[in-house]
Design a protein around this ligand. Structure first.
Ligand code: ADP
Ligand code: MG
Ligand code: ZN
Length: 633
């Protein structure tokens, strides 16, 4: 059903091919069929032949004489123009030629035209029709052929093969959509109370959360015709094509109502129209057409519009006003339970070990989208195959989580011993500082095996429980943990390496957000100094304050990170024996699990806690990823 070939181009190609085949057919094959056996001769030659009594049979038709010769062994016919010659009959009788009907004659022009052009065209047309019909049956589309300039929406009448059961963890979204499906099945139930169905529902959420999948599931459950088209398909090379596509889409839909129209990635046509830059006329025309078509049908007609986007803030307001896409269905990143059930859904058709702990994998993948989780399960299956097993075990899943987060293990990457030592101390620096922080997530794994993503090692921390809020203490602990790597480099080797680049970026980001968005700094208070431009894609921000404030913010950010760095150094100094011990162990083993780490830690020493603490807690609207990975060192 993902076959996106445009039928239009297929037909053009098909008819071009047809013409070529017919030309070849006519110039090489047909002459043999139509003109065979009839050879033209002069009238005088004919008379000579008569004289010599060589003519066997004659036939006179349409001012032409057809005849055969006695001397020819096979059946060969001749033709010659007939002249007004009163003596001809006598001459014929004299030479003993017989009159006969069964001499092959030349085809008439009409016959020839039929034979050379109409018959083959008919034949090819029938073959073409047969193929196209078969193809569209296979694609599940019931629509007719020939769609020049028509919408290329795919029409599903029966199941797409996807049902609500295939969509895990999106219960609210499913509920909202179930209502729509139900309305299309029994409209009376709703109209009896006087309730009107919303005309359109907009699925919004980050990429890979299952918006397209949900729409396909609606198609599978609805049992009504389902038109599916992607917003980008409206944007055509020819001006005016998009608008005409929209028109014909709605025309088709009205004929088939009750039905559902689904426009995927609607932001491709639904972007805000702007007056300053001339804009994209073609796109605006298409959008205008869409708006007017949406006004043009009553909701009791039974057409429901669905659309999906991951940039709701870029949509034109006219699209969102009541009467159009007036219902928003958020499709958010899955929570712990959601992730677990998504993992299970995708494991359904995979040979999994019986005692796999899905909860643990779900906990390690906080912030992952449904698509990423599907990818993790698939990577695990591939890994099992690589290891020549026919069953997927826990270890496969764990390794593939790391693969998806940090890239493949880079086998054969040669790192010299000195650098390896620096990397080990750097990672253990992170881990020790994390362990010292009361508010840090426990260390789950430390490794110095390089990854294809460029990470030379990393420390994985996994929270026990799902968290949606970050307190100020947690934020501080996080930054301190990030600075722990560099602190270890400085403390032990007295060097600063490029390996801390990612740590620096992350800690700066958090420190900045603490001031500009979370209101966690006394000097600035609860003032929003930054706004988020794009909620679902990256979440990049833009400053909303004066240049003076901005430079004050920069100073404050530096101050926060410096304080954290200092306390990280402090922690490591006090635990320098542990640092040496664990780093040496890591150098030997390359990977340490959380338990091993805690064992070494607990055996003798008491870790000194981080002194840099306060007690306030503020909302974190950011759903910070709890898996802290270290892309560089
Ligand atoms: P979107 O349209 O939101 O970007 P898709 O619907 O294309 O995301 O999802 C991509 C793939 O990710 C799906 O085909 C499916 O395999 C998987 N997936 C995403 N969300 C879910 C979910 N909630 N349950 C099961 N699979 C999911
Ligand atoms: Mg999609
Ligand atoms: Zn680091």
């Amino acid at each position: 059903m993902d076959n996106d070939k445009k039928p239009k181009t297929d037909y053009l190609g098909f008819y071009g091919l047809l013409l070529i085949i017919m030309l070849v057919f006519n110039s090489f094959l047909l002459p043999g069929i139509t003109k065979n056996k009839v050879n033209e001769v002069d009238y005088s030659t004919f008379l000579q032949m008569l004289e010599k009594k060589e003519v066997e049979k004659v036939k006179i038709e349409d001012n032409k004489i057809f005849f055969t010769k006695k001397t020819d062994s096979e059946d060969k016919a001749y033709i010659t123009g007939k002249l007004e010659n009163p003596d001809l009959v006598k001459q014929l009788e004299k030479s003993g030629a017989k009159y006969s009907k069964d001499i092959p004659t030349e085809n008439s022009p009409v016959q020839r035209f039929l034979l050379t052009w109409v018959l083959p065209a008919l034949l090819f047309w029938m073959i073409g029709r047969y193929i196209v019909n078969n193809m569209s049956k296979k694609m599940g589309a019931g629509g007719g052929m020939m769609s020049f300039g028509k919408s290329n929406a795919k029409l599903y009448v029966k199941s797409t093969g996807v049902s609500f059961d295939d969509v895990a963890g999106q219960d609210e979204a499913k509920e909202a959509l179930t209502e729509i499906v139900d309305f299309l099945h029994n409209p009376e139930k709703y109209t009896k109370i006087g309730a009107k169905m919303p005309k359109g529902a907009l699925l919004v959420g980050p990429p890979g959360t299952g918006k397209t999948l949900l729409a396909q599931a609606v198609a599978g459950e609805a049992g009504v015709p389902f038109f599916s088209i992607s917003g980008s398909e409206f944007v055509e090379m020819f001006v005016g094509m998009g608008a005409s596509r929209v028109r014909s889409l709605f025309k088709q839909a009205k004929e088939k109502a009750p039905c559902i129209i689904f426009i995927d990635e609607i932001d491709a046509i639904g972007k805000k129209r702007n007056s300053n830059f001339g804009g994209n006329d073609e796109r605006e025309q298409t959008l205008n057409q869409l708006l007017s078509e949406m006004d043009g049908f009553e909701s009791d007609l039974g057409i429901v519009m669905l659309a999906a986007t991951n940039r709701p803030e870029s949509l034109d307001n006219a699209l969102l006003r009541p009467g159009r896409f007036d219902r928003r269905v958020p499709v958010e990143l899955p929570d712990l339970n959601g992730r677990e059930s998504i993992l299970k859904v995708h494991s359904k058709n995979i040979n999994m070990d019986d005692n796999i702990d899905y909860t643990q994998i779900a906990r390690a993948t906080s912030g992952a989208s449904g698509a990423e989780l599907a990818n993790i399960v698939n990577e695990a299956a591939l890994r099992a195959v690589r290891c020549r097993r026919n069953i997927v075990i826990q270890e496969d899943l764990e390794e593939s989580v790391e693969t998806v987060i940090a890239g493949y293990q880079r086998k054969g990457a040669v790192i010299n011993d000195k650098e390896k030592k620096v990397i080990a101390y750097h990672e253990v620096g992170h881990a020790l500082v994390a362990a010292a922080g009361k508010h840090s997530a426990p260390v789950h794994k430390i490794t110095i095996i390089p990854r294809t993503s460029g990470a030379l090692g990393y420390t994985l921390q996994i929270d026990e429980t799902e968290k949606v809020l970050m307190t100020k203490d947690e934020a501080i602990d996080k930054i301190t943990t990030y600075t722990g790597g560099r602190a270890a480099e400085e403390l032990i080797f007295n060097i600063q390496t490029s390996g801390a680049a990612n740590d620096i970026e992350m800690s700066t980001k958090i420190a900045r957000a603490m001031i500009t968005r979370f209101g966690m700094d006394e000097d600035f208070g609860m003032v929003a100094l930054e706004t988020i431009n794009n909620q679902y894609l990256g979440g990049d921000t833009s400053l909303a304050c004066s240049p003076e404030t901005s430079s004050k913010i920069d100073k404050a950010v530096v101050e926060i990170v410096r304080r954290c760095h200092d306390s990280a150094l402090e922690i490591l100094k006090e635990n320098i024996d542990k640092l040496h011990e664990i780093s040496n162990y890591l150098l030997k083993n390359e990977t340490i699990t959380g338990e091993e780490f805690m064992d070494i830690l607990d055996s003798k020493y008491e870790i000194t806690p981080n002194p840099n603490k306060t007690n306030d807690s503020f909302e974190n609207d950011d759903n910070q990823k709890m898996v802290e990975e270290d892309k560089d060192v």
